[in-house]
Design a protein. Structure first.
Length: 416
């Protein structure tokens, strides 16, 4: 455990971390598989790696399972859809949350941790009773997700209430909440009355283990055929139809363009001789990972007219490759993609012809394109990387541990 020294805060003894002390001991709490590079779009794996590198020793308290509780939830969901045409979010029910709390408490018992870090961990921490300070890492609140994502829409009122209860308990139970955007952070403050002093905004990085060097990216030049890269698992939600319209609009403008679709298979009516479809690439597989890297290296623009998005790790990834992003003003996206820095965000109502005009203006101007490549990579170097996230987290976690009440057995009687 980190070296402790008693100090007083508002008359109460608290823990102070001494300079040069041992690395903090972190319990990494998640119900998902923390070593799967696909869990939560790879964020679980990357947060754990960044914490291990910059903050301390990471121990996995997960994955966790609640098969009985989820089975009950699935039955409720199936019946409610048949009877009322409404769903029940069985993965985020109070039954599941209480089961996770019991499992986590058992795994934490008798272990000497300084702090618990729980990525996307509302359900896992809502009812967890522990003296170890909890830090939540999120990209949204449930209130923002309701009616923003189709999976969180048209639910039973019971489901809305249970998720709202989970969010309230989790945010109250946490000593710090880390959000990827101020859009999400403000919701915690406004909708769940979280103390602003507990809320922090730290952008997330690119989920590539070994992104290309800065020197390699600065040699990038646009190709003779304008290559548009679309990466997403949900064709409709990610704006695939608008991406297809963009390809056709560029063609009408006399620009030879290609559209590479990676992560999904479009409906059959979306077909074009210069559209390539790669249904899925697994980052856990070295060969497929390298294939994905090559797509980013060869593309000229990253095109994702997403209909709703909390953050968008793919935008950080595009910036790592100096790839200008053309996307939508929705959720926290405009905080990741800053107009004129690492791309442009268009209104939600914009269609393919508007996306095409933005792309064409940049593609026709070699100097502007090159500047955008440079500034996109700079955005990655400065703020959209996991090292920056890890360093910010070190400061936050140290502060959280510093406010932790000192157990009586470790207090120096002279310092009281």
């Amino acid at each position: 455990m980190a070296i402790l020294k008693a100090q007083h805060l508002a008359g109460k003894p608290t823990v102070a971390l001494e300079i040069g002390c041992a690395r903090m001991k972190i319990a990494f709490l998640t119900s998902l598989d923390p070593q799967n590079k696909g869990s939560w779009s790879g964020i679980i794996y990357c947060t754990a790696t960044a914490l291990q590198k910059h903050c301390g020793e990471v121990s996995y308290i997960g994955p966790m399972y609640a098969p009985k509780e989820k089975l009950i939830g699935k039955v409720i969901n199936k019946c409610s859809r048949l009877l009322f045409k409404k769903g029940f979010m069985y993965n985020h029910s109070i039954r599941v949350a209480k089961r996770f709390a019991k499992i986590a408490a058992q795994r934490l018992a008798g272990q000497d941790f300084d702090v618990i870090v729980a990525p996307t961990g509302e359900t896992e921490t809502a009812f967890l009773k522990t003296d170890i300070p909890i830090v939540l890492v999120e990209d949204a609140t449930y209130d923002l997700l309701f009616n923003h994502y189709s999976a969180y829409s048209n639910l039973l009122n019971m489901s809305f209430r249970e998720m709202d209860t989970i969010e309230k308990h989790a945010t109250s139970n946490a000593q710090a909440l880390i959000y990827s955007s101020s859009w999400a952070a403000q919701s915690a403050i406004d909708d769940y009355y979280v103390d602003p002093a507990k809320v922090h905004v730290v952008p997330m990085g690119a989920n590539f283990a070994n992104p290309p060097t800065k020197e390699m990216i600065l040699q990038k030049h646009k190709s003779s055929s304008c290559k548009l890269l679309f990466v997403g698992v949900d064709w409709q939600r990610k704006g695939g139809e608008i991406a297809f319209e963009t390809l056709l609009a560029l063609e009408k403008m006399g620009i030879m363009a290609e559209l590479i679709i990676c992560g999904c298979t479009p409906p059959t009516q979306f077909a074009h001789k210069r559209m390539q479809i790669i249904p899925f690439l697994d980052k856990n597989d070295p060969e497929q990972y390298n294939q994905l890297v090559q797509l980013y290296l060869e593309a000229d623009f990253f095109l994702l007219p997403t209909r709703n998005e909390c953050y968008g790790i793919v935008f950080s990834e595009a910036s790592a490759y100096g790839l200008p992003v053309i996307t939508t003003q929705t959720g926290g996206v405009s905080e990741v993609v800053r107009d004129g820095e690492n791309g442009f965000t268009l209104p939600l109502a914009a269609r393919g012809d508007e996306y095409a005009r933005v792309i064409a203006a940049i593609y026709h101007d070699d100097e502007r394109y090159t500047r955008l490549v440079y500034s996109s990579r700079a955005a990655y170097e400065e703020r959209l990387n996991w090292d920056a996230w890890g360093k910010a987290m070190k400061t936050i976690l140290s502060d959280v541990i510093g406010q932790r009440p000192v157990p009586p057995e470790v207090l120096d009687p002279i310092s009281i």
